[in-house]
Design a protein around this ligand. Structure first.
Ligand SMILES: Nc1ncnc2c1ncn2[C@@H]1O[C@H](COP(=O)(O)OP(=O)(O)OP(=O)(O)O)[C@@H](O)[C@H]1O
Ligand SMILES: [Mg+2]
Length: 357
């Protein structure tokens, strides 16, 4: 199959709120999904993820802006003319049909013989690991199996674009992990361009070629999972993806490709960012990138130590009373620092990064 690029250009969608006020759900959003890529829209509830996806599917029309699939503009086309297929959180299976009939349903308007149809259904059932289940009724299946049927039903029409709206949120944690690997495997084996909506950062990290972090209808950052985690562009992104510390900066100066930064009474040398900075900045550092030492680093006092088995999570009080989180992986037996002890926070310039305050 020839994978297609999906392009969203300056999409805007405004709804009428319950009191007649305007709700800007999607606010001038532009995004390119390259052929065969899996791109995730990630963001808090109400930030416009579903609305964006529904505009790509054609269930909502944009107030302005354009949507392209390949070279074709589809912005105002009916959903069934778009060659997209959506997998929903609620599966949306027909309870009175068998699993096989549910999957074949998508093919009802295609001019296929009964044999061709059965063959296609069997193919996708195998792909999603449901061989032999076609005569069952959906209510005889587990949640994970039902979601596989929903995936099979989307795949059977061989869409050019697959859309997922929180497909795993009804599953328990273990099944969710298994199903996201499954979805990724199927998506990659077919090389099908996909847009996936979630508010679960772990899901986004593990599934995606690229993550789009959204906030209030706008894009905060687009990047690979690593870029988003290691080099968040804004405090919002840093905070949304995993745990993070922000340290106050009292003074800073650029020198060459580096910058000298004063955090509390401590001076650090960091890599200078590529973009210009405002005067007020903070240093961001992930909890697992900080080491606790006795006689070096930024001074603090351990307030809490929580043993998690593979790690210890410390809460450390900084000189100004702010609390920092430090995670030590593979703690040595007997090596846990007790609350009340004075420590120093040490981190490498490679693992710290400045952001506008
Ligand atoms: N049909 C509608 N009528 C009025 N307002 C709407 C409608 N659909 C969505 N909205 C509003 O648009 C905004 C974006 O909604 P959307 O469903 O796209 O968010 P979301 O990011 O998918 O959130 P969630 O994670 O909760 O699913 C919200 O403020 C929502 O209340
Ligand atoms: Mg939603």
């Amino acid at each position: 199959m020839n994978a297609q690029r999906v392009e969203l250009a300056n999409l805007v969608k405004v709804f009428d709120g319950p009191g007649g006020e305007k709700v800007v759900a999607v606010d001038d959003l532009s995004l390119t999904v390259e052929p065969g890529e899996m791109v995730t829209l990630l963001g808090p509830s109400g930030c416009g993820k579903t609305t964006t996806l529904r505009m790509v599917a054609g269930f909502e029309l944009p107030d302005s802006g354009q949507i392209f699939i390949g070279d074709q503009e589809v912005s105002r086309q009916a959903p069934n003319n778009r060659d997209t297929a959506m997998v929903f959180q609620s599966y949306a299976l027909f309870p009175h049909m068998t699993v096989g009939e549910n999957v074949a349903y998508g093919l009802r308007f295609r001019k296929l013989s009964k044999n061709q149809m059965q063959e296609r259904v069997a193919q996708v059932m195998k792909l999603v690991g449901l061989e032999g289940y076609d005569r069952r009724s959906p209510n005889q299946l587990s949640g994970g199996q039902q979601q596989r049927v929903a995936l099979a039903r989307a795949l059977v029409v061989e869409p050019q674009v697959l859309l997922f709206d929180e497909p795993l949120s009804n599953l328990d944690a273990k099944l969710r992990e298994q199903m996201r690997e499954e979805i990724r495997r199927v998506q990659q084996s077919l090389g099908i361009t996909s847009l996936y909506v979630t508010h679960d950062q772990v899901e986004a990290m593990s599934l995606s070629d690229k993550i789009v972090v959204m906030n209030q209808g706008k894009i905060e950052q687009v990047g690979t999972p690593q870029e988003i985690y290691r080099r968040p562009a804004t405090r919002f992104v840093a905070d949304f993806i995993g745990k993070v510390n922000f340290f106050p900066v009292s003074r800073w100066a650029l020198s060459g490709g580096q910058m000298d930064v004063q955090v509390y009474e401590h001076r650090l040398t960091l890599e200078a960012p590529e973009t210009a900075l405002p005067r007020d900045i903070v240093v961001m550092c992930r909890p697992e990138a900080i080491q606790l030492q006795r006689d070096a680093g930024i001074p603090g006092k351990v307030r809490k130590a929580v043993y998690l088995g593979s790690a210890v999570e410390y809460t450390v009080e900084m000189p100004d009373g702010a609390l920092a989180t430090v995670v030590e992986n593979n703690p040595l037996p007997g090596g846990i620092i007790q609350p009340g002890e004075e420590v120093g926070l040490v981190f490498d310039g490679q693992n710290a990064h400045v952001l506008p305050a």
